[in-house]
Design a protein around this ligand. Structure first.
Ligand SMILES: [Zn+2]
Length: 321
C-alpha cells in the first residue's frame, strides 16, 4: 500500500530519531502517556499534545522536554499527552513516512460518529481513551510537523478565539485557516465544543513545526509550547517584553482538500508546499481527473509525498486579505 517508489523527493535526513517513551507511559490520569499537573490556583486547563501522527517527532521532543524539566503550572492545569505511541513505536528508518498511523489517521476521527461507532482500530481505541482528556481542556496545542521542509504554520478552524491566540504568539507567522473544517474528517482540535463557533471553548490550534525529522522542528516545538503556556499564564514568558508580533502574519484560507481517488495520482512537478498557481492552472492529475487551481494565487499546502488512495493529496488555499 505504501508507494514509496512514487516519491520524487530525496530521502530526508533523520536528525531526530524516536526515543524510548516507556518511562512516560504511566501518567497520573488513568490514561497511558497522559500527565496532568494542577497548580491549585484558578486558571485555564491547557493541553499540550504530541504524536497525533506517529512519525512527527518534534511534539515528542517538546512533551519530553516539558516533563523532563519539571515544568509545573503557575496557575490552572497543565496536561501533557503523547497520542499515537503505537504508530510511533512502529517507526522504520527505511520507511520513515509509514509510521504516521497504523489503521486510521488519528487526526480525522474526532467526530461522535467515529468515536461512538462500531468500528475498531488502534487509533479508534486510542481516540476513545483520549476523548475525556481532549474534552477536559480549555486550550489545546496539538503539535505536528510536515513531510517537506517548509516554514512552520498554524492550522485552525476559522474562529476568532483561535486567530487571536495564533496571532499573539511570536511564531509561526503563517496561518492556514479552515472556514469549513478540513473536509476529510474531524481533527482533534475540532472535537466537541472546540469545533463549535459559539461555545465556551478556548483556543485549539495545530502547529506544524517544520519537517518531521529535523532538529530545528523539535526546537521550534519547544519554543511554541512554552509561548503557548506563557500566553495563558501557566509559565513565565521567556521572551523579553515587546519582542512579539513584529513580523507580518500571512494567512491562507483552505478552499478544498483533495482526497486521492486513484492509484495514478501525480503532480505536474514535484511540490513541497507554498507553490502558487493561477486560476485554472493544472496542479496535478488524480487518474482521469485534472486538479486545477480554483483561483489566482492558489497556494498549495502539504502536497502528498507518497500518494495513497483515500488519503489527502493536497490542500488548495488562497491568501486572505
Ligand atoms: Zn500531523
Amino acid at each position: 500500500m505504501n508507494t514509496a517508489t512514487h516519491d520524487p523527493h530525496p530521502a530526508p535526513t533523520l536528525e531526530v530519531l524516536p526515543r524510548d517513551l516507556s518511562a512516560y507511559r504511566r501518567g497520573n490520569t488513568g490514561v497511558d502517556y497522559v500527565h496532568r499537573f494542577e497548580s491549585g490556583q484558578p486558571g485555564p486547563h491547557v493541553l499540550i499534545n504530541a504524536l497525533t501522527h506517529g512519525n512527527e517527532f518534534c511534539g515528542m521532543v517538546a512533551a519530553c522536554h516539558l516533563l523532563d524539566t519539571g515544568v509545573r503550572p503557575l496557575r490552572g492545569t497543565l496536561t501533557i499527552s503523547f497520542a499515537n505511541v503505537a504508530a510511533y513505536e512502529s517507526f522504520d528508518p527505511q520507511e520513515p513516512f509509514k509510521s504516521r498511523q497504523i489503521d486510521h489517521n488519528l487526526n480525522r476521527i474526532w467526530s461522535t460518529n467515529w468515536l461512538e461507532g462500531s468500528e475498531d482500530s488502534i487509533e479508534l481505541r486510542r481516540a476513545r481513551q483520549l476523548r475525556p482528556v481532549v474534552a477536559a481542556a480549555d486550550h489545546i496545542l496539538d503539535i505536528h510537523s510536515t513531510s517537506q521542509d517548509v516554514v512552520p504554520f498554524w492550522v485552525y478552524p476559522h474562529f476568532a478565539r483561535n486567530a487571536a491566540v495564533a496571532r499573539a504568539l511570536p511564531l509561526p507567522t503563517v496561518h492556514l485557516v479552515m472556514p469549513k473544517g478540513l473536509g476529510s474528517g474531524c481533527p482533534l482540535i475540532q472535537h466537541g465544543r472546540h469545533g463549535v463557533a459559539d461555545s465556551d471553548a478556548g483556543a485549539a490550534l495545530v502547529v506544524e513545526c517544520g519537517q518531521h525529522f529535523l532538529q530545528a522542528s523539535a526546537e521550534r516545538a519547544i519554543r511554541v509550547s512554552h509561548a503557548f503556556l506563557a500566553h495563558f499564564g501557566l509559565v513565565q514568558s521567556a521572551a523579553p517584553a515587546g519582542s512579539q508580533g513584529s513580523e507580518e502574519h500571512r494567512r491562507f484560507e483552505l478552499l478544498r482538500t483533495h482526497v486521492i481517488q486513484h492509484e495514478d495520482f501525480r503532480f505536474v512537478r514535484p511540490l513541497k508546499g507554498f507553490e502558487t498557481f493561477a486560476q485554472g492552472e493544472l496542479i496535478g492529475h488524480d487518474g482521469p481527473q485534472a486538479i486545477t487551481a480554483p483561483c489566482d494565487d492558489c497556494t498549495v499546502f502539504m502536497p502528498a509525498r507518497t500518494p495513497i488512495v483515500g488519503r489527502e493529496g493536497v490542500y488548495l488555499t488562497k491568501p486572505m486579505a
